[in-house]
Design a protein around this ligand. Sequence first.
Ligand code: F6P
Length: 327
Amino acid sequence: MAKKVTKIGVLTSGGDSPGMNAATRAVVRTAIYYGLEAFGIMRGYAGMIDNDIVPLHSRSVANIIQRGGTILKTARCKEFFHADGRKKAYENLKKLGIDGLIIIGGDGSFKGADIFSREFDIPCIGLPGTIDKDIAGSDFTIGFDTAVNTAVEAIDKIRDTADAHDRLFIIEVMGRDAGYIALHSGIATGAENILIPERKTDVEELVNGLLEKEKRKKLVNLVVVAEGDDFGGGNEVAKIIKERLPNADVRVCILGHIQRGGSPSCLDRLIASRMGYSAVECLIEGRHNVMVGIVNNRMSYTPLEKAVKAKQKINNEWLKIVKILAS
Ligand code: F6P
């Protein structure tokens, strides 16, 4: 029989994502509702190791549901991947009596949680908080919808200026290992080409497609590139295109970290609230070491180990849609 959880620690880890605050708020308020104590662990696992841990009350999470970033701060902590670091972290939690952890982050953060929960008697629940949407076991990740809408808004603006000058724009969006932001924002903005890390780019096909459009005087072309595509991002793609299409007026725009900030969308606030609530219930019910996700609009629970390894699959049909609609 699993031990009863009485004090919950919540942390945000890895790259921040809009909606992390909404998730923190949901965790704290649900914990209080069920008579548990809540603690905020600052700067992810780094705060666990440095004992930077503060009690959180209902008022501590007031007025944050609409805020981007994370009031708990975040970090990528290498020390937690060493046994010594994890032991220190465990001792700090023990001193405070924290007996359950909720980790809001991406696959790297779950990997840390998975190792920690195997070594020590503290159950861990993960919530997928990443703009990249590269976690298996959930149709959504907290922050993706906001990030993709930020990208769409920016690309629409680029289209205006591209149209005014008859230019070819290469727009780089975030996604070191995942092409979801590129795929969704590219389809939603009518991009001609979308280059993503999950697919090898056929250079000849890309260049021939653009040449053919040049011939028939289709002068506005938008190519959306994920930063981790196989050329190595927007600037590299632009070099190749400039070489092969010397007459084209090519510009590059790298959207960068603006995609990580901003007020979370309604969808991100909603899923963050549902997931935060469900994470506390998991700990109370003794469902341990899982990531809480949403699949087909229902809560789903994936062992942390699987949320780490698996990546979502890109749907080939979506790539076909891009080709057909951009003709
Ligand atoms: O994981 C989210 C993400 O924004 C990726 O899309 C991007 O490659 C990476 O983080 C950037 O990390 P950093 O903020 O450390 O440069």
